[in-house]
Write a protein that binds this ligand. Structure first.
Ligand SMILES: [Zn+2]
Length: 153
């Protein structure tokens, strides 16, 4: 059985930080209170941190948070093809919010517009419907999860 547990988030102090044990030395952290995530290995100068810094959008890098133990946290990105997605959206660290977008089923007659790359004749069954985009304050990350149906509303 997994040793998942809830802990206090060092960033927002909520008790909704979900800890998942990868192995005896490494934990993944996902805070439902503020939407940030981390990993035991995520530290300044570590390969995994550098890798994140090279692929993350500017806003994510700007929002990088170092906790009192020197562990680095970044905003999370939720991408569930059949439910929707959530990402940090904004121009500056002072002016951003979670953007939540719902996935909708692709209608039979519009399937041709959503081909799966490199899979000839195959089409996506769901697509992100950008018209459903709704913004949530940082501490309302759970509401964003409810909005796309990950958590019950
Ligand atoms: Zn938090």
């Amino acid at each position: 059985m997994s040793a998942d547990k809830l802990d206090i988030c060092p960033r927002c102090d909520s008790d909704a930080c979900y800890v998942t044990e990868v192995n005896q030395d490494i934990n993944n952290y996902f805070c439902y209170g503020c939407g940030f995530q981390s990993n035991t290995l995520m530290r300044e100068g570590e390969e995994i941190t550098e890798e994140q810094m090279s692929i993350l959008p500017e806003l994510y890098k700007d929002l990088k948070y170092k906790d009192k133990n020197g562990q680095i946290w970044f905003p999370s990105t939720v991408n569930l093809p059949k439910q929707g997605m959530i990402f940090a959206d904004g121009s500056t660290t002072k002016n951003w919010a979670w953007a939540a977008v719902k996935a909708v089923e692709v209608k039979e007659e519009e399937k041709h517009k959503y081909p799966i790359p490199k899979k000839e004749g195959q089409f996506y069954e769901f697509r992100m419907d950008m018209t459903t985009v709704k913004h949530f304050k940082e501490r309302d990350f759970m509401d964003a999860l409810s909005y796309i149906g990950v958590l019950p509303s």
